[in-house]
Design a protein around this ligand. Structure first.
Ligand code: DX5
Ligand code: ZN
Length: 219
């Protein structure tokens, strides 16, 4: 494999009675980032966890925290997440009408900026911002819940995102989120993904560290 694939376990699938163990497991594993899903019950039908949890996780986590904001007007919370010490802030294209302004602001604060696309949102809406962002997050399920099946059409979107990135000279990484498992990971990487988010397939595995290892070396 010429480029290493990065693995970002999603804490959403961990046992919330034992979050410290889950974070320690990620610290000790071959995982590259820790993915944190923030849901508000408005942008998505579900509510996950918020600032107090992220604050506690931040005290223990040694890996970059990759925060996926599934909330309306995500710009309202850029400062708060910066103060909590997160490394990447990912806003949904569908949730913010001034992405350009907020991507610049996230950068000014010294964080990496990502833009996420719902399954129905075409990749080409990123054409005038892709050169400015660090992460393109392709949602391969409808956001809101862990444990859903990978939407096969996402593979076309990953290829389109890769083309757009190459054409525009963008340095953005392609992150794929939802339904990633050992059966589809190779195809997803071959389509152009740089980062795999995996919730259920890591934290519901008998041996999560091994699940991370297997995903990381699937090719
Ligand atoms: C879904 C979240 C995902 C979720 C992935 O809205 O954005 O990050 O945790 O979970 P799995 O890997 O179980 O599909
Ligand atoms: Zn996510």
């Amino acid at each position: 494999m010429d480029r290493p694939v990065l693995i970002a376990p999603s804490l959403l699938a961990a046992d919330f009675l034992h979050l410290a163990e889950a974070v320690e497991l990620v610290n000790q594993s071959e995982a590259d980032w820790l993915h944190l899903d923030i849901m508000d019950g408005m942008f998505v039908p579900n509510i996950s966890f918020g600032m107090p949890v992220v604050e506690s996780v931040a005290r223990l986590c040694h890996k970059p925290m990759d925060v996926h904001l599934m909330i309306v007007q995500p710009e309202r919370y850029i400062d708060v997440f910066h103060q909590l010490g997160v490394h990447h802030l990912i806003l949904h294209y569908e949730a913010s009408v001034h992405l350009h302004r907020y991507v610049e602001y996230i950068h000014q604060l010294g964080m990496q900026a990502g833009v996420a696309l719902n399954p129905h949102t075409p990749v080409n809406v990123l054409k005038d911002i892709v050169h400015l962002i660090d992460i393109v997050l392709i949602m391969s399920v409808n956001p809101g819940f862990g444990g859903q099946a990978f939407i096969p059409h996402s593979l076309h979107k990953i290829r389109e995102a890769k083309e757009l990135i190459l054409k525009t000279g963008s340095a953005a990484k392609i992150e794929v989120d939802g339904g990633v498992d050992l059966q589809n990971a190779a195809q997803i990487i071959q389509a152009g993904a740089d980062v795999l988010v995996a919730g259920s397939n890591v934290f519901r595995a008998a041996d999560p560290a091994r699940a991370i290892h297997l995903l990381k070396h699937v090719l």
